[in-house]
Design a binder for this molecule. Structure first.
Ligand code: UT7
Length: 330
């Protein structure tokens, strides 16, 4: 790519998403023997159902379907991609990266490809990295994906976590553009909160499971995470507005991470945004971690809600803790 004196933005040229076929309702969870109820899950989280990847259906398979749709919407051929970044905390394998597996499934080779693990903020982090590559001139066309099979690491006997998550993927194609696109990105992390939301096994820490860790599973102190998430998201949306010298009334859409409807509503209140201007998918998707923001974005684009030229604020919060925002003109 040649450098010019005009500022280069990373513009979203196309979006895509994919949800596995199998749907698990709240009542299905009760039927499976989880000590919960549709009333509890709906009133505390807003979740009514979630999608579950089929046996043998991997994170890269979900990513592939979402990517093909995003490439088609952008009118971009896989051969033209300079960089693939996949936000995921449930990679197909320890290595190689899911991005390289996705690259191969797309039938191409040679371009840069790597994963970003920022738990539920994986897509926001991946989008931020992609934005930097485009702004620096190091890439002109980037495929950014958020894809997860989080249900693979749930303990179905732990009602504190198993009712919350689902599987899915979303993708965007970013292209260098002189007119408009991503206006700002802000990322944060606080590693001191690791134990509040984590999966405590791994390569270096060891896969050995003791009496407290019954398996390779997500563990969460939900209420603590909830409080921290609301505060961090309040602060990150303020930060994005201040950095751009914008009043909250300038925003057309909030595209939030879909963990809990009550968290989403709290952020909307902070921004004085009516829920009609907030994209909500948590009721049908549950929390798909890195998949949630691009899934919501794709749904908003394809339903015709989000229009060219509108101002969108994307945000996410999750394990690490890691959180962040992306402000963009669509
Ligand atoms: O995406 C990454 C970021 N993750 C999040 O943002 C998640 C943040 N946390 C949350 O969304 C909420 O904290 C939860 C939905 C996880 C929990 O809601 P809560 O209102 O914070 O409930 P709680 O954890 O304070 O639990 C209230 C009660 C407890 O019973 P007692 O101790 O009051 O008798 C729980 O044992 O609800 C009980 N409970 C359940 N009951 C029925 C917890 N899970 C369930 C369940 N069904 N699935």
């Amino acid at each position: 790519m040649s450098h010019t004196s005009n500022p280069v933005f990373a513009r979203i040229a196309g979006t895509g998403s994919y949800l596995p076929q199998q749907v698990l309702s709240n009542d299905d969870l009760v039927k499976r023997g989880v000590e919960t109820s549709d009333e509890w899950i709906t009133s505390r989280t807003g979740i009514r159902q979630r999608h579950i990847a089929a046996e043998g259906e991997l994170t890269s398979d979900l990513a592939l379907q979402a990517s093909l749709r995003a490439l088609e919407a952008a009118g971009v051929a896989a051969e033209d991609i300079d960089l693939i970044v996949v936000g995921t905390t449930t990679p197909d394998l320890i290595f190689p990266s899911t991005a390289t597996i996705l690259q191969h499934k797309l039938g191409v080779a040679g371009c840069m490809a790597f994963d970003v693990n920022a738990a539920c903020s994986g897509f926001i982090y991946a989008l931020t990295v992609a934005d930097k590559f485009i702004r620096s001139g190091a890439a002109g066309t980037v495929l950014v994906v958020g894809a997860e099979t989080l249900t693979r690491m749930l303990d179905w006997n732990d009602r504190n976590t198993c009712v919350l998550f689902g599987d899915g993927a979303g993708a965007v194609v970013l292209k260098a553009d002189h007119e408009t696109g991503i206006l700002s990105t802000h990322m944060h992390a606080d590693g001191g909160k690791k134990d509040l939301l984590w999966n405590p096994v791994g390569v270096s820490a060891g896969f050995k499971v003791d009496e407290h860790n019954a398996g390779v599973r997500v563990q969460m102190a939900g209420n603590d995470v909830f409080k921290y998430a609301v505060k961090a998201l309040d602060s990150v949306v303020d930060e994005a507005l201040v950095a751009n010298g914008l009043d909250k009334s300038a925003l057309d859409w909030l595209v939030p991470h879909q963990a809990n409807l009550r968290i989403i509503e709290a952020t909307a209140r902070r921004l004085d945004m009516p829920m009609e201007r907030v994209i909500v998918t948590v009721d049908r998707h549950g929390n798909t971690s890195s998949g949630s923001v691009p899934l919501a974005l794709d749904e908003a684009v394809r339903s015709g809600k989000v229009q060219h030229g509108q101002l969108l604020l994307l945000e996410a919060f999750g394990g690490g803790f890691a959180w962040g925002s992306v402000l963009l003109r669509y």
